[in-house]
Design a protein around this ligand. Structure first.
Ligand SMILES: [Ca+2]
Ligand SMILES: [Ca+2]
Length: 513
């Protein structure tokens, strides 16, 4: 009897009272979406996403959320690793020098593992591939499949259904544990096959004929204001899939192709938004909506015609930045802050918001103080890299309104420096945007000062300051490369792995007997 009583007392001590029920987390991540497609970042966008707008109206929009970059053409892969483990780009378990820069215990401290240990129920649905498989498998319930079709079963509704199923099951089981749901989508990554109704709304077609151009129609999204018919110099990754072989775009950058492709993207975005709406309605019905932190983001941005580029392998704002919205307890409605965050800060922030210990392997900085309105930013300086093509690749650094991008590619053939004042030139206009033929198509005539300022003697001091800042970030973050005009720091860059190394490896000759 005595044992029974003490057991009952122990049990009672662990029954959570409703008042301090721990908050749930719904983490929504889409694949390949520029923040500039969305109304919340570009109010004149034709894009309609009422449920994302609702999250923004009831929560906070971050204006300077970035991914740290990639050493691979598949930018998704490092980006999704950073989300899962909170490590900086060169310290990831798949980084070129991971043996020296990443401890093996990272896998025991990835998002799902941390929250499983903390007593959360964890569930995930997302695309398959170009991801952190070991970390994905840690979710207790996993429904991964790549769904980029134009029907409910083959498109984004499939991911929505998995979350609804999971929530329905929890309701019928009266499961009271807090949950972490990783609600990932496969779209708007190409192929951007929208549903017929939404394609019709944005007047786009699922264009498949490489030998013709799609029709340009009035109701399509307009040409992006920083559109160019071609990038002014080679981006440094010859044969890059996203720039040459995406179905519907290929190497075309003409207005008809770009407007149609944006229409397709918008159709996919709105279909995602509909799924988000269904899940929000379910959470509301369950009485969980107000006790859930809801994150909305993408793994990286996307060019689709901006600066003459199509893919995700560049460091202009349209691609380096990600959309980022958070709604939840304590976050002021319709609030906004720059944040200066990276996707790799998500894990630390989730822990901080829910009172879970931040794992030591996470290098992210919690932006909870930003969400609660106590701070505007978590850091002053942001660093970015694209290094998936020829080496050392592209680097960027941003501080306040100033941003530097450098290109050192194609064995020294391209060595370029761009300096932008983002306050004066947020769309990063180059001199090519001033070409009357371009301005006629975009309807945008940039101001004379809206150019790359790197060659302007008036800004020589600022340029030197930003160059020094970039070098110090590269050193601080263990970037294993240096650019042509930087000291080599005695580094031995990682050995190049030619793309053909795996696929076309010649069969070893049989040793002669
Ligand atoms: Ca992606
Ligand atoms: Ca449970």
């Amino acid at each position: 009897m005595k044992t029974f009583l003490s057991l009952a007392l122990v049990l009672l001590a662990f029954v959570p009272c409703f008042a301090d029920k721990r908050p749930n987390i719904l983490f929504i991540i889409v694949d390949d979406q520029s923040p500039l497609d969305l109304d919340i970042y570009r109010p004149d966008s034709k894009q309609e996403t009422p449920h994302i707008d609702r999250l923004a109206a009831e929560g906070m929009v971050l204006d300077a959320a970035h991914h740290m970059g990639s050493f691979s053409g598949a930018v998704c892969t490092p980006s999704r690793h950073m989300v899962m483990c909170g490590r900086t780009v060169w310290h990831l378990p798949i980084a070129p020098k991971a043996m020296e820069t990443c401890p093996p215990e990272v896998i025991d401290n990835v998002m799902a593992e941390v929250f499983n240990r903390a007593g959360y129920d964890t569930m995930r649905t997302c695309k398959r591939g170009n991801s952190y498989r070991g970390a994905n498998e840690k979710f207790t319930v996993v429904h991964d499949a790549t769904k980029r079709g134009g029907t409910a079963e083959t498109g984004s509704a499939w991911h929505g259904e998995r979350v609804l199923e999971y929530l329905n099951e929890r309701s019928s089981n009266k499961d009271e544990d807090p949950f972490l749901i990783y609600f990932g989508f496969s779209h708007p990554h190409d192929v951007r096959d929208g549903t017929p109704e939404l394609l019709a709304k944005y007047e786009a077609t699922n264009h498949t004929d490489k030998n013709s151009l799609p029709k340009e129609r009035d109701g399509q999204p307009v040409l992006p204001n920083n559109w160019l018919p071609a990038h002014p110099f080679h981006h440094g990754h010859p044969g890059l899939r996203d720039e040459v072989s995406v179905s519907g775009v290929w190497e075309n950058r003409d207005p008809a192709t770009i407007r149609n492709e944006l229409g397709r993207e918008y159709a996919c975005n709105e279909y995602i938004d509909i799924q988000i709406g269904r899940v929000l309605a379910k959470l509301e019905e369950m009485g969980e909506l107000d006790n859930t932190y809801i994150f909305y983001t993408a793994d990286h941005g996307m060019a689709i015609g901006r600066h003459g580029l199509q893919g995700k392998q560049n460091l202009y704002e349209h691609t380096w930045k990600v959309p980022f919205v958070v709604k939840g307890p304590g976050i002021k409605a319709s609030s906004r802050a720059p944040g200066n965050i990276y996707l790799l800060d998500v894990l630390s922030t989730m822990c901080d918001l829910t009172g879970v210990d931040i794992p030591e392997t996470s290098e992210g900085i919690s932006f909870k103080p930003v969400l609660l309105g106590e701070k505007e930013v978590t850091r002053d300086v942001l660093y970015g890299v694209y290094n998936g093509g020829t080496k050392p690749g592209m680097r960027s650094v941003k501080k306040g309104d100033w941003k530097l991008i450098k290109y050192d590619v194609l064995d020294g053939e391209v060595r370029e420096t761009q300096l932008f004042h983002l306050g004066d030139n947020p769309d990063e206009y180059l001199k090519e945007h001033h070409d009357p033929a371009v301005a006629k198509l975009t309807g945008v005539k940039p101001q004379p000062h809206q150019v790359n300022l790197a060659g302007d003697p008036k800004h020589a001091e600022k340029l030197a300051e930003m160059e020094a800042l970039l070098l110090s970030e590269m050193r601080r973050l263990n970037d294993p490369w240096r650019l042509w005009d930087q000291p080599d720091d005695g580094l031995t860059p990682p050995a190049r792995k030619p793309k053909s190394a795996k696929k076309n490896k010649p069969k070893p000759k049989k040793p002669k007997a």
